[in-house]
Design a binder for this molecule. Structure first.
Ligand code: C5P
Length: 232
């Protein structure tokens, strides 16, 4: 199975994001637009990238009451994004509302979109999740969230590569996995805690990986992107 690479456009300046898209698009069509860029550049930027042939994972990690989530998911699907996410911690009723809204909007528009559940952020470790109040360890909480998401009708989850085998055991191989927290050998992990290399993520069966700073902050982003695509 080929692993897709989503390049995280974590920029506060849309012009810098555009530059990166121009550089990356001939090699790789998948981009991730998250809170930083979306808050400044909004839906028009998402439409622009899709208009240029890019495929967008809208990483806004929705977490709200079911009615609000249903509306937000419908709006996001309407933008034409191929992937979007909600926090599993929003609970089963919220996840079901998200899945229903996604299904209905896709059917109305004749489009497809993968709805993913965020399990536990890759910037958290067991100490941090215990402080939040989770009684399970991350290695138990992530497959628990994944099962909840699958039963609610979601298409997959966002998790670290360290939990991929646990998610696969709980939900099967076809349940999609989107894996951030990817670092090249010997690189700084920055704020990420549960990290692996692109190769390990691929060999562990990740459907998709997300990479930002290791590529966007590199001296030669095109070269690093080419190298990563070469191992996927
Ligand atoms: O720069 P870096 O490769 O760490 O970027 C990772 C990206 O993945 C960021 O845009 C971050 O918001 C996102 N992400 C994450 N952990 C999740 C979900 C998304 O780091 N659980």
């Amino acid at each position: 199975m080929a692993t897709k690479l989503f390049l995280a456009l974590d920029y506060a300046d849309p012009e810098l994001a555009r530059k990166m898209v121009r550089l990356a698009l001939p090699m790789n069509p998948h981009f991730k637009i998250g809170l930083e860029l979306f808050t400044i550049a909004g839906p028009d930027f998402v439409r622009e990238i899709i208009g240029e042939g890019g495929q967008v994972f809208l990483d806004l990690k929705f977490h709200d009451i079911p009615n609000t989530i249903a509306g937000a998911v419908s709006s996001a699907v309407g933008l034409g994004v191929g992937w979007l996410n909600v926090h599993c911690a929003g609970g089963t009723a919220m996840l079901e509302a998200a899945a229903k809204a996604k299904g209905e909007t896709c059917a109305k528009l004749g489009s497809t979109c993968s709805l993913l559940g965020v399990t536990i952020l890759t910037s958290l470790d067991d100490h941090a999740t215990q402080e939040i109040g989770y009684s399970r360890k991350i290695s138990e909480q992530v497959p628990h969230f994944a099962k909840m998401a699958q039963e609610a009708g979601l298409d997959g989850v966002v998790c670290s590569a360290q939990e991929l085998s646990l998610v696969q055991a709980a939900c099967g191989q076809s349940f999609q996995t989107m894996v951030p927290g990817i670092r090249l050998v010997g690189a700084s992990t920055e704020d990420q805690k549960r990290v692996v290399t692109p190769e390990v993520a691929k060999n562990s069966g990740a459907h998709c990986i997300v990479m930002g700073r290791p590529i966007t902050a590199a001296k030669d982003p095109a070269q690093v992107l080419r190298e990563v695509l070469g191992v996927l």
